[in-house]
Structure formats: structure tokens, C-alpha cells
Design a protein around this ligand. Structure first.
Ligand SMILES: [Zn+2]
Length: 125
């Protein structure tokens, strides 16, 4: 799967939302083969709070309507370690499987920087 040229035009989009103007900058776009299928990983930086977000996409969905979209809040213990104290990993994988089945769509992974207290609570609670 090649990276659609339309993704490269996403660089430095100026966005205005609720009277706040900000930029979302595409940092990189790479092919991402996974156990669920072949995807494209798009890494964005937005300048309001200087956070990075990752979008896992299949197909060329720029300017398309009715695209399958799932937003995922990253969870260190669930997503990477497979903790059974939450179902984050199951939801993340379910989203990727559905996108693969549909042949098109995207899953946005919102950056979640766990505070140390949150991490400890997610492990011991
Ligand atoms: Zn979780």
C-alpha cells in the first residue's frame, strides 16, 4: 500500500475551532504493517498544548464522507503490556480489525501522558 499523495497535503493546516486558531502539522507518514493488516501511520503535532497524536489509517480518506473513525485514548498498561485491568487494548485492536475488514478508515490515538499517580493507580487498583 502506497502512501496517498493527499496525506502529504495535510502539512500545516490552519484550523479554527470555537474562536481558537491552531495548527496541526503532519510530522511524518510511514507504512505500518501490523498483525491486523497494512496501515499508514500519520504522526501529527498540534501547537495548542504541543502534543503529538498518531493516526492509523487505511486507504485514502482525505475529504471523504462516512469514513469509519475511532478515537482511542492511549493507555500505557493496557495498550502495550496487555493489562487486564482495562479493555483499552481490546478496543484498540477491535478498531484496527474493523478498519481492515471495511478496507478503509482511521483510528486516532490521542496522546496520553500518564502522570505517575495515574500509572500507579492503573497498576494497583
Ligand atoms: Zn487502559
Amino acid at each position: 500500500m502506497e502512501i496517498p499523495r493527499s496525506y502529504l497535503s495535510l502539512i500545516n493546516d490552519d484550523i479554527e475551532y470555537e474562536n481558537v486558531s491552531f495548527s496541526v502539522i503532519l510530522v511524518t507518514a510511514v507504512k505500518l504493517p501490523t498483525i491486523f493488516g497494512d496501515f499508514i501511520a500519520l504522526a501529527f503535532h498540534q501547537n495548542i498544548d504541543n502534543k503529538e497524536h498518531l493516526v492509523i489509517v487505511k486507504g485514502d480518506v482525505v475529504d471523504k464522507e462516512n469514513v469509519l473513525v475511532r478515537v482511542h485514548s492511549e493507555c500505557l498498561t493496557g495498550d502495550t503490556i496487555g493489562s487486564l485491568r482495562c479493555d483499552c487494548r481490546e478496543q484498540l485492536e477491535g478498531g484496527l480489525k474493523k478498519i481492515e475488514d471495511e478496507g478503509e478508515g482511521l483510528e486516532q490515538l490521542n496522546e496520553f501522558k500518564p502522570q505517575f499517580d495515574n500509572l500507579i493507580h492503573s497498576v494497583i487498583l
